[in-house]
Ligand binder design. Structure first.
Ligand SMILES: CC(C)(COP(=O)(O)OP(=O)(O)OC[C@H]1O[C@@H](n2cnc3c(N)ncnc32)[C@H](O)[C@@H]1OP(=O)(O)O)[C@@H](O)C(=O)NCCC(=O)NCCS
Length: 218
């Protein structure tokens, strides 16, 4: 995996293929992400080709826990909401080349995030995941029942089932998180992975390196 600004064009082309109906990031958004939190932006490569990406920022979770949209928490994809004082690594985006799904590239990207979380001594990873399987059954059940059926193993959701296998816990539904995403009917699942090695008496690596070291955040 790597992080290199020169990769932006191939990455944006891949994002276009992953989400054909949604505008990809602009180059300036991607540049801001790399500027704000370079170590949080991971790409997966195979044969010198970008085949996946996982983008993250750090936040003070209590400021966002009640309700938020993707647009609000990522500052419209610029990550200017990144806060080095925070204890929470927030997963803003993850995707894998559609022709290479099921080959554990997503697993390696998630493992990269877990390693980042441990290395920076962050308390947890939180993300709000799309529910792309929901729209097909939306007329038959509310989203809460859909997610229960995924948790029970009666249904498979291409994103949530993957995230549960990666050790994330389902924490609730975020309505209107992605209002334009039709396959999820705008909903997302709030998921969390807790870093069992987090040391609460030690500042995070980002708190140590920031000029204003501040105090530990709840
Ligand atoms: C979610 C996503 C990142 C997973 O990536 P991936 O590389 O397919 O993930 P993995 O291969 O590590 O794991 C997928 C699991 O599904 C299984 N699988 C089998 N065939 C599959 C297929 N055709 N497609 C997807 N997964 C498949 C894999 O075996 C694996 O299960 P396992 O962990 O029990 O072995 C990918 O599906 C994706 O890019 N989705 C579209 C973008 C998106 O919605 N991202 C989420 C934003 S919230």
């Amino acid at each position: 995996m790597g992080q290199n600004p020169a990769m932006s064009m191939p990455l944006l082309k891949l994002q276009e293929r992953v989400y054909p109906t949604i505008a990809p990031w602009r180059r300036d958004q991607l540049a801001r992400q790399l500027d704000v939190f370079p170590e949080g932006q991971l790409v997966a490569e195979r044969d010198d080709r970008i085949v996946g990406c996982a983008s993250s920022l750090v936040i003070v979770w209590d400021e966002w826990a009640d309700e938020h949209t993707w647009r609000e928490i990522t500052a419209a994809g610029t990550f200017s909401t990144h806060n080095p004082e925070g204890l929470t690594l927030y997963g803003a985006e993850v995707f894998v080349d559609p022709t290479l799904r099921g080959q554990r590239i997503g697993h390696h990207l998630y493992e990269g995030r877990r390693q980042m979380c441990r290395r920076l001594n962050l308390r947890r990873i939180i993300a709000c995941g799309r529910l792309p399987g929901y729209s097909a059954v939306a007329e038959q059940m509310p989203v809460e029942l859909y997610v229960k059926k995924v948790l029970w193993g009666d249904l498979v959701d291409p994103v949530l089932s993957f995230q549960l296998r990666e050790g994330f816990r389902f924490c609730g539904i975020m309505s209107d998180y992605l209002p334009d995403v039709v396959d999820s009917c705008g909903h997302a699942s709030l998921i969390a992975w807790v870093n069992s090695g987090y040391q609460s008496k030690r500042p995070t690596a980002l708190q140590t390196s920031s000029t204003d070291t501040g105090g530990l955040q709840p």
